[in-house]
Design a binder for this molecule. Structure first.
Ligand SMILES: Nc1ncnc2c1ncn2[C@@H]1O[C@H](COP(=O)(O)OP(=O)(O)OP(=O)(O)O)[C@@H](O)[C@H]1O
Length: 238
């Protein structure tokens, strides 16, 4: 079976500094994968390569068998590979409803926009309550919900979340984690990067650990959660 998304021998860097050194991973339809690893070891660079925002120096990224590398970021988005970037910058002077509308404009299927909006409001009722509020006045957690909502409005076949709970207070983080777990069942495929290893392992089927630009460990997330303490030792969290 062809993987829905595959990354094959990917190398990338910035100038002379090489960041990704031969990454291989795959994502099957119906699957959620997690990317773990210390900060600064290349996870965001990998995601930016997938979205067409950063150009790899070698290797390939294939979506449903076809290379994404020749495509512009916009064309990648229109294929349904949608990334919600880390610390996503929203348009502060736009209302929540307008931001979501903007996300919907990236969705080639116009008829899906209304049902998607209902889905976003079902998942994040706070966004519906605050739909007339300016994005710049939202709390950190609400801003993150809006960023995910914008991504969902684009009609993702694969949704990629980069550090969605970064910097959030524990209560808000739990709320968001619940929403991500709910999302998991609704999406065709999910890629989740987050510093909260427990959240990543609970919300995904498989995980990859990226260290120094390489996959150094991969496995089943349930089994990984059982050995979370071992993993955190490995990652230097404790
Ligand atoms: N635009 C850039 N120019 C130069 N170096 C960069 C740039 N973006 C990232 N880097 C460097 O590339 C390396 C990998 O960064 P990257 O953001 O991909 O890691 P990460 O694993 O996602 O970390 P984090 O979780 O902290 O975002 C780091 O050393 C970083 O400083």
């Amino acid at each position: 079976m062809t993987a829905m998304l595959s990354v094959e021998g990917l190398h990338a860097g910035y100038g002379r500094s090489s960041v990704l050194r031969g990454i291989d991973l795959h994502l099957d339809e119906g699957e959620a994968i997690g990317l773990l690893g210390p900060n600064g070891h290349g996870k965001t660079t990998l995601l930016r390569c997938v979205s067409g925002l950063h150009r790899p120096t070698a290797g390939d990224i294939r979506f449903q068998g076809a290379s994404l590398l020749p495509l512009s970021p916009r064309a990648v988005l229109r294929r349904g590979v949608v990334q919600v970037p880390q610390g996503s910058r929203l348009f502060p002077r736009m209302t929540v409803a307008d931001c979501l509308r903007l996300g919907g404009a990236a969705n080639p299927d116009r008829s899906a926009r209304r049902p998607l909006l209902d889905e976003v409001f079902g998942l994040f009722p706070k966004l519906q309550q605050r739909s007339a509020q300016l994005a710049g006045t939202l709390s950190g957690g609400e801003r993150q919900m809006l960023s995910i909502g914008i991504g969902l409005m684009a009609g993702p076949r694969v949704l990629i979340l980069d550090e969605p709970t970064l910097g959030l207070a524990p209560k808000v983080k739990h709320e968001l984690a619940d929403a991500i777990r709910q999302l998991r069942g609704r999406l065709e495929a999910l890629v989740l990067v987050d510093g909260d290893m427990d959240l990543v392992l609970r919300a995904t089927d498989r995980f990859y650990v990226v260290e120094s630009g390489q996959v150094v460990q991969t496995g089943d997330s349930v089994a990984g959660a059982d050995s979370a303490r071992m993993m955190s030792l490995f990652l230097g969290d404790v």
